[in-house]
Design a protein around this ligand. Sequence first.
Ligand code: SAM
Length: 303
Amino acid sequence: MHDKQELFDKEGKSRGYYSSKNRVNDLTGKEWVFWTRSVITKPYPPNIGHKKRSQHGGQKPPELCRDIISVFTKENDIVLDPLMGVGGTLLGASLCNRNAVGIEINQKWIDLYHEVCHDEQISSSETICSDALSALQSMSSRTIDMIFTDVPYYRMDRARRSTGRYKKHDEEAKETPASKLSVFNEIDYESESQWLDEMEKILTAAAVMLKPDGYMAVFIGDMYYNNEYHCLSALLANRLQNRENLVWKANLIWYDVSKKLHLYGYQYSYIPSMIHQNILIFRKEISLKNGAGPVDAKTNERN
Ligand SMILES: C[S@@+](CC[C@H](N)C(=O)[O-])C[C@H]1O[C@@H](n2cnc3c(N)ncnc32)[C@H](O)[C@@H]1O
């Protein structure tokens, strides 16, 4: 019995061989290997209602979301984004024939997502306008195949600057510009630790719904402020490690080719231009923790 089948793309080009033993996704071996790389450099040009979606400021490319979702789910699986914004995850799920549910506190972003679906003739996914934590608690009996989200930030642009004035050669000194992130950060967290507490609560409540052996992926950018590098990705990963049996599996780096370099601190102090985002990958590993066998991909029963 052959457990491998050659698959072809729309142009008739071979995608490689798909194994019926593949429990994680619908990729061929060749595609699987490609996506094991820890740095994503593939360009994602502005697309799928980008102009409308960019009113948000934190929107992600739907095609990048599609690619990530395709690595961690199979066709018709359900993806949950508890912090959906203007729906990068939801659009990405539609592009690869997955179902999706999105939660967003601000109705304006949900409306914009539905408008983009209408313009692009993409069928809209389920959306819930609510605070994520209360929505997740009220839907906790549902089972989700993958969680894919992108966390909001606290108002670090409000944080007191110590010596945050920089100047270019032969120019007047000026403050570093306020972050565009503040446009969609309607919720104010007083401190980094309060923000971490909230993100931990939301993501742990989402993980309750995740199927055994399911994956959670979280976009998170590290930050530079108050003259220091804040490795928010590591801080959040440490908070989530072992909550609801989540095991940290990878930190993928998305190199965002659209980001421009900023000349802060030139000739005075080294300040990085943040042109990457992290995508934290966790797996809910109940099988390893309680000694039970792996989950059967077809029946979802544990062996
Ligand atoms: C980084 S953005 C997500 C952007 C999204 N990936 C996209 O492509 O548009 C995070 C979103 O979480 C929302 N948000 C923040 N706190 C929330 C909460 N407690 N409950 C639900 N949504 C929240 C914000 O309004 C914001 O739109």
